[in-house]
Design a protein around this ligand. Structure first.
Ligand code: SF4
Ligand code: MG
Length: 330
């Protein structure tokens, strides 16, 4: 069952030199309790999409079309784009929490991490007593690997990894159904980063929340995601299970991305990457936006926009898609 459904969602940045189509008609489902990885080069629209879903866009960015529907446990829909200010405040903590790229700096420097969790609970769960709030704060910190006595620590007294864990504990405070993480761990070293991500997987098992995890690092996503959506120039060009994408990527861009990162295990391969640069979102190429960089492009690719199509197992937006494995990855 889905917990979030995006349909034909578009976001423009309005500028003097024309509208930048940062997100161009995305339809995507998030299933209850899954970890969905969102990958793509910077500028592909990943963060804009996350901010649109969380209703955190600021002018000059604006949603120009589409819908975002959140489904409660009983399946009843909530029109996220229609929520009013007060409803939105509650929605953001109780149903959907966001952990940002700059998460570690989003902690309040003059308040202990324990107090910051208590504050969220005091505002959003007013029926809890002071004692219950403290108990919950200790429990949440323990769950993310911070011992009880460290709840009295100020952010500057914690390592980067610990600050990141504290931010995740705060996000979990009200048991949200969805956590959106926008490159939350990029500032951390690789070992700490992977530890935290594996812990998020375990927490997910326990609490049952779904995660949208955003990064440009596809190899990391392969390791922690259930499903992955690949974005290019504001569109989703491929979706699939992490295993399926790893074994048989179908979109030539996905193939290129897979080659851009060293494998975590096994022999090192040459980093081939993808030739060319991401397109100017003000003036996208006609047809498939990837065609100027695509080694498989045929004449039709510069005329026809490929639709995303497929089934529950995976979808791809490529005119040459005749089945799995357009091209071997290795
Ligand atoms: Fe390449 Fe054409 Fe497929 Fe686009 S539609 S990815 S240009 S083969
Ligand atoms: Mg980003």
């Amino acid at each position: 069952m889905n917990v979030l459904e995006l349909r034909d969602l578009s976001v423009d940045y309005l500028s003097a030199s024309g509208a930048v189509h940062a997100v161009a008609g995305i339809s995507l489902d998030l299933r209850r309790g899954e970890i969905l990885g969102l990958a793509g080069e910077s500028g592909s629209g990943k963060s804009t999409l996350a901010n649109a879903v969380a209703r955190l866009l600021r002018p000059p960015a604006a949603i120009t079309s589409g819908s975002v529907v959140y489904r409660r446990q009983d399946g009843s829909p909530v029109d996220v784009l229609a929520l009013r200010r007060e409803e939105l405040r509650a929605f953001r903590w109780k149903e959907l929490a966001v952990v940002f790229q700059s998460a570690m700096n989003s902690l309040n420097p003059v308040s202990t991490v324990g107090a910051q969790i208590s504050d969220v609970l005091r505002v959003h769960a007013p029926s809890m007593s002071r004692g219950e709030r403290t108990e919950r704060a200790v429990e949440l910190l323990r769950r993310v690997g911070i011992s009880a006595d460290r709840r009295r620590a100020y952010p500057h007294e914690l390592s980067g990894g610990m600050r990141q864990r504290a931010v995740i504990a705060i996000a979990l405070a009200l048991n949200p159904e969805i956590i959106i993480m926008d490159e939350p761990t990029t500032a951390l070293d690789v070992v700490v980063q992977r530890d935290i991500l594996h812990e998020i997987r375990e927490l997910r098992q326990e609490y049952g929340f779904a995660v949208v995890f955003i990064t440009h690092d596809l190899s990391l996503l392969m390791e922690i995601s259930d499903r992955i959506a690949i974005m290019y120039a504001g569109r989703v060009v491929e979706t699939g299970t992490a295993k399926g994408l790893h074994r048989a990527p179908r979109h030539p861009y996905t193939v290129g991305l897979l080659r851009s990162f060293p494998r975590l295990r096994g022999p090192r391969e040459e980093l081939l990457g993808i030739p060319g640069t991401p397109p100017d979102l003000r003036a996208l190429p006609e047809g498939c936006a990837f065609h100027p960089r695509c080694r498989l492009a045929v004449a039709a690719c510069s005329a026809e926009l490929p639709e995303l199509s497929g089934d529950a197992e995976g979808e791809v937006a490529c005119l040459l898609n005749g089945g799995r494995g357009v091209e071997e990855t290795s």
